[in-house]
Design a protein around this ligand. Structure first.
Ligand SMILES: Nc1ncnc2c1ncn2[C@@H]1O[C@H](COP(=O)(O)OP(=O)(O)OP(=O)(O)O)[C@@H](O)[C@H]1O
Ligand SMILES: [Mg+2]
Length: 256
């Protein structure tokens, strides 16, 4: 008997991206194919310049591929007009950045709620906001502005902001890159819990094995191509994962 198949949230088909800089062209991605299943925690790894952020920006609809197609919840992003794409992104795609990207003049609560206002969603359930803030561990910090929050708290607010519209998928580009390693691990644990307990789908770009080891699946990029995709299950810890990753990309890697 066949197992019931997990729905695919995001599909990347034969995607290439070429940047034009004056008369120089940079082929950032070549013929990338990828499927992200609902409820998965996926880490995209690769050396600097391997195309990780480019892939994340394409999957989140921030930039368009040169060729190929990306769909989210069965919706081809290329089929949408600019306005439709903006609306789709605001409602269905969550984004988390390395430097948090919070609005300095707004309290944590207003930063959290910002996408609700931007997406024009009127109703805003107070109990849901409280539940989200409690889950994120920032319930006591909601009236503070970002400059009164620690880096870890800022990233928790940014993660909350990415979840507030209940998106289909959350993309995070090096979400622990500006945090110390202990705080970074608490953010990884939080992302893991969001997948395990709330069936969220999360894609994290990282070059740190200590972050990637929290994921279910690892996609390794090298020179703009997917060179390997494997489950993390067979690796006990960040060291054994780092050793395998090093083999795959064939480069020295400093353990973080
Ligand atoms: N807007 C752009 N214009 C021109 N070239 C770009 C642009 N963005 C990225 N690139 C180039 O595309 C390639 C892939 O860059 P990308 O930012 O995706 O790498 P990355 O894996 O995220 O690297 P890092 O780990 O340093 O963040 C690099 O050669 C980069 O210089
Ligand atoms: Mg990058």
């Amino acid at each position: 008997m066949n197992e019931p198949s997990t729905p695919t949230i995001t599909t990347v088909r034969n995607v290439s991206k070429v940047y034009q800089q004056g008369d120089r062209t940079v082929a950032a991605l070549h013929d990338v194919n990828l499927s992200i299943q609902s409820g998965a925690f996926v880490a995209v790894m690769g050396a600097s310049g391997s195309g990780k952020s480019t892939l994340l920006h394409l999957m989140s609809g921030l930039t368009q591929p040169t060729s190929g197609d990306i769909s989210v919840e069965g919706q081809s992003l290329a089929a949408l007009s600019d306005l439709q794409l903006t609306r789709f992104r605001r409602r269905r795609i969550g984004l988390v950045f390395q430097d948090f990207n919070l609005i300095p003049s707004l309290t944590a609560r207003d930063n959290l709620l910002f996408p609700i206002h931007a997406a024009g969603i009127k109703q805003c359930d107070e109990a849901e906001i409280d539940a989200l803030a409690t889950r994120l561990g920032i319930q006591d910090r909601l009236n503070h502005r970002p400059d009164a929050l620690s880096g870890g708290e800022r990233q928790r607010v940014a993660i909350g902001r990415s979840l507030i519209t209940n998106p289909a998928i959350v993309f995070a580009d090096e979400p622990t890159g500006s945090l110390d390693s202990v705080t970074g691990q608490t953010i990884c644990r939080l992302l893991r819990e969001l997948c395990d307990q709330q069936q969220r789908t999360v894609v994290v770009v990282t070059h740190e094995p200590s972050v990637a080891v929290w994921a279910d699946q690892i996609v390794v990029l090298k020179d703009g191509a997917v060179v390997e995709q494997f489950p993390t299950g067979e690796f006990r810890d960040a060291q054994s994962l780092a050793a395998h990753y090093q083999q795959v990309i064939g480069a020295e890697l400093a353990l973080s």
